[in-house]
Design a protein around this ligand. Structure first.
Ligand SMILES: Nc1ncnc2c1ncn2[C@@H]1O[C@H](COP(=O)(O)OP(=O)(O)OP(=O)(O)O)[C@@H](O)[C@H]1O
Ligand SMILES: Cc1ncc(CO)c(N)n1
Length: 268
């Protein structure tokens, strides 16, 4: 059994964060584990409250898993503060056998800061050099590089800059650009373009969490980075195509549509 660990925040409505990550790991046939960095009170309309975990419990969650279990890949999502970032860095540094996918989560779709603005520099300094893959969305790539991005050329420029900060592979996600949902993968030498149909749905809660978790699950399964990113793109596209309305705001993607159909589950 391949194992994948998510280090991220809890989303009480289950569409993003730890909950989306664990659903993705399960749907892709891996065994999921979690380290919670913060608890958010969140629904489909927004984030109501955030409580960060203290660094001792973050450290103990990570260390006790590595002390006991072979971990085939790690995904990092919401990390919130400089202290939590430094703790994660010191726990993971040296564990070079385990590929790390870093989703540099900054602000929720509803506009709530999930990363304290003063933590941006620590995120790139401490965690980028540990990451096999970093997956910024357009806004995050703009904050990290200090440059506005309006098109694919801008995404390529940002990918190069983020690679220079130490990430071995960078996927700049084009989910927030108009037109097809095209993401740019850069490995330090070549660009690769992940093209996807854009689905006209408001229900995109947790798309970034799901995409990065799928990359981690495929890396755990032994796929190369380009293969893992390509398969993850197929997975997130299907999950968005089958997303559904929930609550009064931005609904979640569907992780299990393919499995449900195969198993004849009709009580959706
Ligand atoms: N409407 C859509 N149709 C198809 N693909 C989409 C759509 N929106 C986003 N994507 C794809 O979903 C993946 C996640 O990208 P996105 O830019 O939405 O992440 P994000 O902004 O980090 O998400 P999050 O809300 O979790 O922070 C990318 O592969 C992107 O191209
Ligand atoms: C806990 C959490 N992590 C990530 C996201 C994605 O923006 C979210 N909404 N909530």
């Amino acid at each position: 059994m391949k194992t994948v660990l998510t280090i991220a925040g809890s989303d009480s409505c289950g569409g993003a964060g730890i909950q989306a990550d664990l659903k993705t790991f399960s749907a892709l046939g891996t065994y999921g584990m979690s380290v919670i960095t913060a608890v958010t009170a969140q629904n489909t309309m927004g984030v109501i409250n955030v409580r960060e975990m203290d660094v001792e419990i973050v450290r103990d969650q990570i260390d006790c898993l590595f002390d006991d279990i072979m971990i085939h890949a790690v995904k990092i999502g919401m990390v919130s503060s400089v202290e939590i970032i430094e703790t994660i860095g010191s726990c993971l540094r040296g564990r070079t056998d385990t590929p790390i996918v870093l989703d540099p989560v900054m602000v929720s779709k509803s506009g709530c800061h999930l990363l304290r603005p003063e933590s941006t520099e620590a995120l790139s300094k401490v965690l980028f050099p540990l990451a096999e893959v970093v997956t910024p969305n357009l806004f995050e790539a703009e904050v990290i590089t200090g440059q506005k991005i309006n098109n694919i050329d801008g995404m390529e420029e940002a990918a190069v800059k983020i690679h220079d900060l130490g990430a071995r592979n960078v996927v700049v996600k084009g989910g927030h650009l108009a037109g097809d949902a095209v993401d740019v993968l850069y490995d330090g030498l070549h660009f690769d373009y992940l093209k996807g149909t854009r689905f006209d749905t408001p229900n995109t809660h947790g798309t970034g969490c799901t995409f990065s978790s799928a990359i981690a699950a495929y890396l755990a399964g032994g796929f190369s980075v380009p293969e893992a990113v390509r398969e993850a793109k197929k997975y997130i596209s299907g999950a968005i195509e089958n997303s559904f309305a929930l609550g009064h705001g931005v609904g979640p993607t569907h992780h299990f549509y393919a499995l449900y159909r195969k198993a004849g589950v009709y009580n959706e």
